[in-house]
Ligand binder design. Structure first.
Ligand code: GDP
Ligand code: MG
Length: 162
């Protein structure tokens, strides 16, 4: 079986946009409003000659359990099935309490994690990315999934731990 790389993070941080960039096509559903796609979708992917399964997560809605609980639940399932995780944080927002909760799960899992500081669309935003060192997951990789900035480097980093 192919190794599994899961893309985890809060709604709207750019998970599906990054997945589409890896796939080289618009297959994962990108939305301004999260909430209608399935919880997890696996795509066969290839990067730098390595084949793997790329798992996009999402589709949860604000329900009775609350956004935080739903994100945590979905992240936990995705982390459990993954060999390595790309954890996406919106650098323009900074780490939220939901992000902190996912960080605790990632630590507990012992799985390799690549921290992605997304929405760093320009060099002027690099300081937003640097602020994510505070999560204690090592280097935040600055990326603009939308424009492609830094996406090759972060994928190389993911391949190194997958
Ligand atoms: P997901 O819910 O985490 O899968 O997020 P999506 O990939 O659906 O993206 C949510 C919104 O953020 C969409 O409007 C995207 O166009 C936007 N977005 C994603 N990546 C970037 C980025 O690198 N920069 C900017 N400015 N917007 C982005
Ligand atoms: Mg999505």
């Amino acid at each position: 079986p192919l190794p599994v790389l899961a893309v985890v993070g809060r709604p709207n941080v750019g998970k599906s946009t990054l997945v589409n960039r890896v796939l080289g096509r618009r297959e994962a559903v990108v939305q301004d409003v999260p909430g209608v796609t399935r919880d997890r979708v696996s795509y066969p992917a290839e990067w730098a000659g390595r084949r793997f399964m790329l798992v996009d997560t999402g589709g949860w809605e604000h329900d009775a359990a609350g956004l935080n609980a739903r994100v945590a639940e979905q992240a936990e399932i995705a982390i459990a099935m993954a060999d390595a995780v790309m954890f996406i944080v919106d650098a323009t927002v900074g780490p939220t309490s939901t992000d902190e909760q996912v960080v605790r799960m990632l630590r507990k899992s012992g799985k390799p994690v690549v921290l992605v500081a997304n929405k760093v669309d320009s060099p002027a935003q690099e300081s937003d990315a640097a602020a994510l060192w505070s999560l204690g997951l090592g280097q935040p990789w600055s990326v603009s999934a939308l424009h492609g900035r830094g996406s090759g480097d972060v994928l190389d980093a993911a391949m190194a731990v997958l």
